[in-house]
Design a protein around this ligand. Structure first.
Ligand code: LMR
Length: 392
């Protein structure tokens, strides 16, 4: 029977990691998968995480099972950061569970939505390619609309039209901040309008917050999520700590549920536990426990916040340098200065993307998405020059 399974292509984004690693050129540049890099091109473990891990090593006295919900201390310690310190549970209407990374959070959010009767998800395109793979795997239809226009601005008309045409049984997935892949986020005024439109239409929002703190700051990047939650009766929120705590391979995430009636919260979450049990039983503990230890300690919070500030400052420095270059050949780099987070999309053809890889050792996703954190003050000149030569 196994012989009947046809070969599947490797995940294009993850395959880039291997291709880049195997490239012997000393001046190669990795702008592929979304991993932060310092000005030296390294992805070190956060000092706050190292300190928390040390404490964990010294104090953890058991590795016995926790249950499908994972480390609830972690889940709850994150809530004031996501939903606001004033009322993090929205009067008992929000609670969550730990998941293996943000991907586990999205997977569980969509699976819960499906259990609740959702059969179609509206989503701005392009998006993170794994979103569509998760819908396909769960048998949920994707209804795409245009995320951003050629002018580099959010296409609010496309979003308004998609919401207007939505039907009962539809959900909508929105990136909370640092849109992947475009880096083009909704403004506060856009979020205000979106919150009103979603409430009026009765669409179920699925909010994916994978990069909180990498855009404008922890509080600023939560604006959209909080604005929507204040307007609608129910929602699902997928969260990732893999970027803002640098925990990538430790897979630290959560899914939160907001219901209209606090009495229903336990029943909804019990569906999450059942789905998790059948998929991964329970999430890996280590990373979430380390994040919890940080969030429980004022000193470690300060250390972590400083590290996050440094990340943001460096990405802004790279973006400013790119924007300041003006054009690279036919490519206008100016809009990159106003975009958020790790990613931007360059309008390159597949052929140009391959040429950059083969002739210049510059690796980027097939969509033209670049991870700006892959650029340093040492390699950015080469990047702009090579881009200009290929996109002349
Ligand atoms: C990315 O888009 O590069 C990251 O979210 C990593 C991933 O899992 O794809």
């Amino acid at each position: 029977m196994l012989n009947t399974l046809p070969q599947q292509p490797a995940d294009a984004l993850l395959a880039l990691i291997k291709l880049h690693n195997e490239d012997p050129r000393a001046d190669k540049i990795d702008l592929g998968v979304g991993v932060y890099r310092t000005g030296d091109g390294a992805t070190p473990v956060f000092a706050a995480i190292k300190a928390a891990e040390k404490r964990l090593l010294e104090t953890q006295d058991s590795k016995a099972y926790l249950g499908p919900e994972g480390d609830m201390g972690f889940v709850r310690a994150l809530m004031p950061w996501v939903f606001g310190k004033a009322n993090p549970t929205m009067d008992g209407r929000i609670d969550g569970m730990q998941t293996p990374g943000g991907t586990g959070g999205v997977r569980l959010a969509v699976a819960l939505a499906k259990r609740a009767g959702v059969n179609r998800v509206l989503m701005g395109l392009p998006s993170w390619p794994n979103h569509a793979q998760i819908y396909a795997d769960l048998g949920v239809e994707l209804k795409g609309f245009n995320h951003a226009g050629k002018d580099g601005k959010v296409d609010m008309d496309a979003l308004r039209a998609a919401i207007a045409e939505a039907q009962a049984g539809d959900a909508i997935l929105l990136h909370g901040c640092c849109h992947n892949p475009t880096g083009i986020d909704y403004s506060h005024a856009d979020w205000d309008e979106i919150a009103g439109l979603l409430a009026a239409k009765g669409l179920l929002p699925i909010l994916d917050l994978a990069y909180q703190g990498l855009g404008q700051g922890m509080e600023e990047d939560a604006y959209g999520v909080r604005r929507v939650l204040a307007a609608v009766p129910e929602a699902l929120i997928a969260y990732s700590c893999d970027k803002n705590f640098g925990m990538y391979r430790d897979r630290v995430g959560a899914v939160y549920v907001m219901v209209s009636d606090p009495a229903q919260l336990g029943a909804v979450l019990s569906n999450g536990y059942a789905l998790a049990r059948a998929a991964w039983s329970m999430p890996p503990d280590h990373g979430a426990a380390a994040v919890r230890l940080i969030l429980e300690d004022e000193g470690l919070v300060k250390l972590w916040q400083g590290e996050l500030d440094d990340m943001r400052a460096r990405m802004n420095q790279v973006r400013a340098r790119l924007a300041g270059a003006g054009h690279a050949g036919s490519i206008d780099l100016a809009p990159l200065g106003a975009q958020n987070g790790l990613f931007s999309v360059l309008p390159l053809s597949g052929e140009q993307i391959l040429k950059l890889r083969n002739d210049h050792g510059i690796y980027m996703a097939g969509s033209g998405r670049i991870n700006v954190a892959g650029l340093t003050m040492d390699n950015i000149g080469k990047f702009i020059a090579d881009l200009g030569a290929v996109a002349a």
